[in-house]
Write a protein that binds this ligand. Structure first.
Ligand code: GDP
Ligand code: ZN
Length: 311
């Protein structure tokens, strides 16, 4: 008899699967499944929905994996072309942004959003540390909020340290699996601790484990939130790398540019020097924010190796 479950931890050859509303069991993967996904180093990842069969009290076998709605990968550092899947079925990414201490640049934000678009992970932008911003810095928050809200990214203002607007975030995260990202120092740990104090301890253990070296990169884990939902902790929790894409594809991942793409004169327009470029016209008319266009140019400028470097 097979039972449906959710993979919540991956340690290479064993997977911890949650089933029947809270039971967990360690599973191996059925041999046949391994072969199917030969282009990746791991057939199963955290977030996968699977069918398992129970072997005994403590162990089971993963018989089947359901289709993933999305997943993020990192490329192997060695020369093999295999990719390592680090998490699947991610409901949302929450990108933490601070105006100062540290400053999060729009290039950083946009690079993340492009990757998230390419991976089909809906992203929300969380402006943290609002307790330390004066009027001028709050204006900057609102200017950015305006840019990103218009594109379609929901924005939130919080203070993880003071607990401001955290109920909103909890509602956002309720019963979803969320990836929390952002520059070092923006308050990811503080936020996680504030929304669920039991979590930080558990995540802290595994995160420090990752730092010991690349040999541990097969470990990723989903942590259950006490109010319902999951936080995905992977070696890529802080930022994940760019996916490979063609230059002319890049604009597809800027949702506000997408609408203009079929109006450019040249089908292979990359929206820099070409005549009758609808994207440039939209930029001049103020329909595309200059900072977004600058990010577009800087991403375009990166060579293929750099696209992969962040991983
Ligand atoms: P992480 O590297 O993203 O995990 O950031 P941390 O959670 O370690 O936070 C970095 C620093 O920012 C710590 O000193 C926190 O106390 C501080 N911090 C985090 N959130 C806030 C906030 O909302 N307001 C203020 N004033 N400080 C914060
Ligand atoms: Zn164009």
């Amino acid at each position: 008899m097979s039972i449906i479950g959710l993979v919540i931890k991956s340690t290479g050859s064993w997977y911890k699967v949650r089933y029947n509303n809270g039971k967990t069991i360690l599973c191996k993967v059925k041999g046949k499944l391994r072969l199917k996904e030969a282009q990746t180093t791991n057939p199963i990842t955290v977030g996968d929905i699977v069918d398992i069969s129970i072997v005994d009290d403590k162990t089971g076998v993963i018989e089947k994996i359901y289709e993933r709605k999305n997943y993020i990968i990192r490329r192997s550092v060695n020369l093999s072309r295999k990719a390592h899947i680090i998490a699947a079925n991610i409901d949302q990414a929450l990108l933490l942004v601070t105006i100062i201490l540290p400053e999060t640049t729009t290039t950083f934000i946009d690079r993340f959003l492009v990757a998230a678009e390419a991976y089909r992970i809906p992203t929300k932008i969380i402006f943290n540390k609002i307790d330390i911003y004066d009027e001028e810095l709050m204006q900057e928050v609102h200017r950015l909020k305006d840019i990103y809200t218009k594109i379609g990214y929901e924005c939130y203002e919080v203070s993880a340290a003071k607990g401001t607007n955290l109920e909103q975030l909890k509602t956002l995260m309720h019963n979803k699996s969320s990836l929390i990202s952002g520059n070092s120092g923006v308050g990811k740990s503080t936020l996680i601790n504030a929304i669920d104090p039991t979590l930080e301890l558990r995540i802290g253990e595994i995160s420090s484990f990752h730092h010991k070296g690349k040999h541990t990169t097969t470990f990723s884990e989903m942590f259950e939130l006490e109010f319902g939902g999951y936080i995905i902790d992977t070696p890529g929790i802080k930022s994940f790398g760019m996916v490979d894409m063609e230059k002319k594809e890049l604009a597809h991942y800027f949702p506000e540019m997408f609408a203009y793409l079929d109006k450019c004169q040249y089908y292979n327009c990359i929206h820099i020097y070409e005549p009758n470029c609808a994207v440039k016209v939209a930029l001049e008319e103020g329909k595309i924010a200059p900072s977004r266009y600058i990010s577009y140019l800087s991403l375009l400028d990166e060579d293929e190796n750099k696209y992969r470097a962040a991983q």
